[in-house]
Write a protein that binds this ligand. Structure first.
Ligand code: HPA
Length: 265
């Protein structure tokens, strides 16, 4: 595979000896189950304030930093999340590994409601979001490598953690990141299916790319909460999504604890 690197490459997938783990929660994940809170941080950043306080605590004996990307209460819509502030704030606290939790609609047949998915690729359909830290002001031209948008080592660890915990999940998927906040038309979903998307969500980008720019290992755990537009018999409702999220939230917590257990003491 050819890797085109122009200027200084930032954020490649090197192995990092000390892991300081951040979790960015999505729709329906108001708090991290089992997190024993030790401190709350509200760092300011050059890009403004993050979505809300970052809760530091211990989960399975590991220090974890948790941020709800939609705020608390969770009212910030996907296109207005300050992704740059969120990622910058996490890094300012020393976080170098982030597990993002994302609710998604299922497009391909295996992606049924309730399914857990660790995507390995994405297609970005979002627009108008602040999507980079790079404004050229430091006199450097950078093109970050994004061939593999999710950190390979972290994805592998998540899949192993799922196997350890007996949690079934899809080990590959293409995440289609859409602008929202409205849901898609049936024709948009047909186009995304033709493009190769397996799931659709509104928050996967620019979060993944910003993490890469900062050199933070980043992977996503997606929970399918509905069949994408035009694929189910019922209209898509928030109530339907919440019901699945409430039912499956425990699985996400179990996966995270299993991941941290693999990280060792
Ligand atoms: N489309 C976009 N984003 C979503 C969906 C969907 O169907 N479900 C959950 N997040």
């Amino acid at each position: 595979m050819t890797r085109v690197i122009i200027g200084d490459e930032i954020g490649a997938n090197e192995t990092r000896p000390v892991k300081s783990v951040g979790v960015i929660g999505g729709t329906g994940i108001a708090e991290l189950e089992g997190l024993a809170p030790a401190a709350t941080h509200s760092p300011d950043t050059p890009f403004g304030a993050p979505s809300g306080p970052i809760h530091e605590g211990l989960l399975a004996g590991h220090r974890v930093y948790f941020l709800q990307r939609h705020g608390s209460p969770a009212v910030i819509p996907p296109h207005l999340v300050n992704y740059r502030a969120n990622l910058w704030a996490m890094q300012s606290l020393g976080v170098n590994e982030i597990v993002a939790i994302n609710a998604v609609g299922g497009i391909s047949p295996a992606m049924q409601p309730g399914r857990l998915v660790i995507p390995d690729q994405l297609i970005d359909y979002t627009w108008g979001r602040e999507h980079t830290f790079d404004d050229g002001s430091d006199g450097q031209l950078r093109h970050v490598d994004f061939t593999e948008p999710y950190d390979r080592a972290l994805r592998t660890a998540l899949l192993a953690a799922a196997a350890d915990a007996g949690i079934a999940c899809e080990s590959t998927a293409v995440y289609g990141a859409v602008q929202g906040p409205r849901l898609e038309t049936a024709a948009e979903i047909r186009r995304m299916a033709a493009d190769g998307c397996d799931v659709v969500g509104m928050t996967g980008m620019p979060e993944a790319a910003l993490a890469r720019e900062l050199g933070i290992a980043y992977a996503s755990v997606c929970m399918v909460v509905n069949l994408a537009a035009g694929l189910g018999d019922l209209p898509i409702s928030m109530a339907m999504m919440r019901e699945i999220l409430q039912r499956e939230a425990g699985v996400v917590g179990k996966l995270l604890r299993s991941l941290l257990a693999r990280h060792g003491p």
